[in-house]
Write a protein that binds this ligand. Structure first.
Ligand code: FAD
Ligand code: UDP
Length: 382
């Protein structure tokens, strides 16, 4: 009898499997329908010997000391600060939009104070910032919105920014300084040997059994377990009883090139040209030494593996109904980007999973470690 059946071996499932096994002595079966662990963060060496991310570029960044220290138990790190250029008006300029972006685009030599005035003079008055269009036009005005955000967003989501929650484009801030890093988090680093190696270490506890290539529905009735943790799409779990929740998908096109580097930065965004949104050159991310490199193009699409929840009011309404069903369940828990329909980064999923672990321990305070009965208060000290 397993204590927990965990569906999905991505960040959400793997963090919980690791905590439940190593800190609470629980017996865990973690299963995934794919042929590998790691979920969307899975990486592998391709036939050219280059470490690539199968489901698109994954750059780790967090402000949470707890999350960073937690993951540091399973991997050493390589410091990496991601930089992105956007192809706009025939030039490659830094995104997030910052002082350098404006000076380069318009042939100016503004200071930080002056660029603040530049933005203010173009910004549109928006009484309440609600949509992804509002966020940008209220900060930098319509021209820059159209050059950097409108086309990219329509490609990525097949929706106009005015149809998406503010939180989507708010992920990409505007700066008046020259900081051209994509993220400003305190911790920015990549797992030194890759994500998959980190997941292998997380799941290498004797209490954890892994089953791949298996949809949980095939085994859920035949493998006895006390609790289930589900990290797949929430609408699928309930057989779409309230209708399908939209998830956006991507097609990835990989290409290996005969050069150490393909482009000037880790990622180049193409807001206005091409059917793809961006090209990423993996060797910037991984720091691998190799005479060749592999790049990936991202082509957005509606069908395919669910990658992105689509943050907009009508979808939040549908999710709310599913959430009511999840809340009413006593022995099944829902966690992660797909199961809680949240546009979460990896660190947010880790934090959400660590929080669920704490809750589970409060609900089931009595547990066994190495055959000995212990209480939650003792576990928290360890
Ligand atoms: P997942 O990784 O999706 O894991 C869920 C698992 O459940 C999957 O492996 C799936 O196969 C399995 N599953 C589903 N249904 C079933 C079933 N019926 N039976 C068995 N198994 C099932 N985050 C960052 O922090 N930085 C980045 O740079 C970044 N880049 C990204 C780029 C792209 C293109 C995408 C799509 C996401 C990116 N993310 C990034 C987000 C990151 O991928 C997620 O936050 C994280 O992987 C979510 O983990 P999870 O465990 O919730 O879900
Ligand atoms: N975005 C944009 N232009 C850009 C970069 C981002 O319009 O050059 C918008 C777009 O809607 C995108 C969102 O901001 O989906 C979030 O961007 P992010 O780079 O965080 O996307 P992710 O890495 O999650 O795909």
């Amino acid at each position: 009898m397993f204590d927990y059946l965990i569906v999905g071996a991505g960040f959400a499932g793997s963090v919980l499997a690791e905590r439940l096994a190593s800190k609470a002595g629980k017996k865990v079966l973690i299963i995934d329908q794919r042929n590998h662990i790691g979920g969307n963060a899975y990486d592998y060496y391709n036939k050219d010997g280059i470490l690539v991310h199968k489901y698109g570029p994954h750059i780790f960044h967090t402000n949470s000391k707890d999350v960073f220290e937690y993951l540091s138990q399973f991997t050493p790190w390589r410091q990496y600060e991601h930089k992105v250029l956007a192809s706009v008006d025939g030039q490659l300029v830094p995104i997030p939009i910052n002082l350098n972006t404006i000076n380069q685009m318009y042939g100016l030599n503004l200071s930080s104070d002056q660029v603040e005035d530049f933005f203010a003079s173009r910004a549109e008055k928006v009484s309440r910032v609600v949509t992804s269009e509002d966020v940008v036009v209220s900060k930098v005005g319509r021209e820059l919105y159209e050059k950097f955000f409108k086309g990219y967003t329509r490609k990525q989501w097949d929706l106009d920014p005015s149809e998406l929650d503010a939180s989507v484009t708010a992920r990409v801030p505007t700066r008046t300084n020259k900081d051209d890093r994509y993220f400003t988090d305190t911790y920015q680093a990549m797992p030194l040997y890759g994500y998959t190696k980190m997941f292998e270490k997380m799941l290498s506890h004797p209490n954890i059994k892994i089953m791949l290539n298996t949809d949980y529905k095939e085994i859920v009735d035949s493998i006895p377990h006390k609790f289930m943790i589900y990290t797949g799409p929430v609408d699928a779990y309930f057989n779409y009883c309230y209708g399908k929740l939209p998830y956006r998908s991507l097609e990835f096109k990989f290409e290996t090139v005969e050069a150490e580097k393909y482009q000037q930065t880790g990622t180049v965004n193409y807001p206005n040209e091409h059917p793809y949104t961006r090209i990423t050159d993996f060797k910037y991310l991984t720091g691998q030494k190799h005479p060749k490199t592999t790049i990936v193009y991202e082509y957005p699409k509606a069908e395919g593996d669910p990658y992105y929840p689509v943050p907009r009011p009508e979808n939040a309404e549908i999710y709310k109904k599913y959430q009511q069903l999840t809340a009413a369940m006593t022995n099944t828990y829902f966690v992660g980007r797909l199961a809680t329909y949240k546009y979460y980064n990896m660190d947010q999923v880790v934090a959400q999973s660590l929080t669920l672990f704490k809750k589970l321990m409060q609900r089931q305070p009595e547990t066994h470690v190495n055959g000995q009965k212990v209480t939650t208060s003792k576990l928290q000290q360890s």
